[in-house]
Design a protein around this ligand. Structure first.
Ligand code: GDP
Ligand code: ZN
Length: 352
């Protein structure tokens, strides 16, 4: 694999030459992070490598350790591949580490282009686009706004004008990934050797777009299926995807979660009526179940509040709550204990 195809540039090679080349190390780009090892694209193909103890030990922060998209210097010794250094990043996306709000975790490194994906359906929200733009600028990459699901919209011109007003100087591209339209336009922002990520709420079409660009159906890592203790179902999924056109797309679970950040405000806006009802319940901590004086129950009963809409609101609220919990150390520990307890109970049950 030609490193240039993976995004290798003079900036990286200069640093690599200066610091590592005379030691006989080779360069590679991190494609996937496992618990204790990394899958890395190199000139010699894909290899699995571990972090040198020295590097792990001297890392001042978790963010100093390799992440998907990083360029690393690898020592090949006795059939082992050991990561000896991480090259300086041109930019990155990060989040708070799950269960440890004080730790920054890199979710994707060295990105040139951020496709901010918005749905031209119910998902369209200018405030959210503004917030996502800030996230994109902070990553050091160039944002491109992708208005997907153009097939569902009658006034595309109007939408483009609205977006251009809040995103001055940023390209705005309407596409329809489901109809296979727009990959050429996106390709202009993804020439050979550039790296892109897709940022956007769940359901806007990020997977569909990635598949369209990759020109094939890629298998996603499916979460644990079946019962506790069966172990993880693993696939050969790579989070750094090489496109036939020569560009690279990074798609990590962490990147996907970034799409949900800051959606709390839009939840409030979108469901203003439900929030207002809830504030008028008799008890301030009303769970909207069978409590007396619950205004939401009443509205559901007399039909002024649509049950489907309320379910949507609850679903989004749960998703946001889930993200918050992940940032909360205490809750993470509790979840772990609860998980242990359940595993034990499950084992005991099976013994009988
Ligand atoms: P993701 O959560 O952002 O990865 O979104 P997906 O790629 O999974 O798409 C969510 C849903 O939107 C799927 O049912 C897609 O088929 C649909 N979808 C994606 N792109 C388009 C499009 O251009 N037009 C329409 N009508 N639906 C689309
Ligand atoms: Zn209530």
């Amino acid at each position: 694999m030609d490193l240039k195809r993976l995004g290798w540039s003079p900036l990286f090679s200069e640093e690599f030459e200066a610091r590592y080349a005379d030691r006989g190390y080779i360069a590679g780009r991190v494609a996937l992070e496992h618990k204790n090892s990394f899958v890395i694209h190199t000139e010699q193909g894909e290899i699995r490598a571990e972090i040198a103890g020295r590097l792990r030990h001297h890392a001042a922060a978790r963010a100093d350790l390799p992440a998907v998209g990083d360029w690393v210097a690898i020592e090949l010794r006795d059939g082992h591949a050991i990561i000896q250094g991480v090259l300086r990043r041109t930019g990155w996306f990060s989040r708070k580490a799950p269960g440890d709000a004080a730790t920054e975790q890199i979710v994707a490194a060295n990105i040139d282009t951020v496709f901010i994906v918005v749905g031209l359906d119910g998902n369209f929200n200018l405030r959210r686009i503004e917030r996502t733009l800030i996230l994109a600028w902070e990553s050091g990459a160039r944002p491109v706004i992708v208005l997907n699901k153009a097939d569902l919209c009658d006034d595309i011109g109007q939408r483009i004008a609205e977006v251009e007003e809040v995103a001055i100087g940023v390209p705005v591209i309407p596409i329809s990934a489901a109809e296979g339209k727009g990959s050429e336009e996106l390709g202009t922002y993804l020439p050979a050797g550039t790296t892109a990520v897709l940022l956007g709420s769940s359901g806007v079409g990020k997977s569909t777009i990635t598949n369209l660009l990759a020109g094939e159906e890629r298998q996603r890592i499916s979460a644990v299926s079946g019962s506790v203790g069966k172990g993880r179902h693993t696939t050969t999924h790579r989070e750094l995807i090489l496109l036939p056109s020569g560009g690279v797309i990074i798609d990590t679970p962490g990147m996907r979660e970034l799409g949900l950040w800051g959606e709390e405000d839009s939840l409030r806006e979108t469901f203003e009526d439900i929030e207002a009802l809830g504030e008028r319940c008799r008890f301030s901590d009303c769970g909207h179940g069978s409590e007396p004086g619950c205004m939401i129950r009443r509205a559901l009963d007399d039909g002024t509040l649509d049950a489907g809409r309320y379910r949507n609101y609850q679903k989004l609220q749960r998703e946001l709550g889930y993200l918050e919990r992940r940032d909360d150390v205490q809750a993470a520990l509790q979840t772990k204990q609860e998980w242990k307890r359940r595993t034990k109970a499950y084992r005991a049950m099976n013994k009988r």
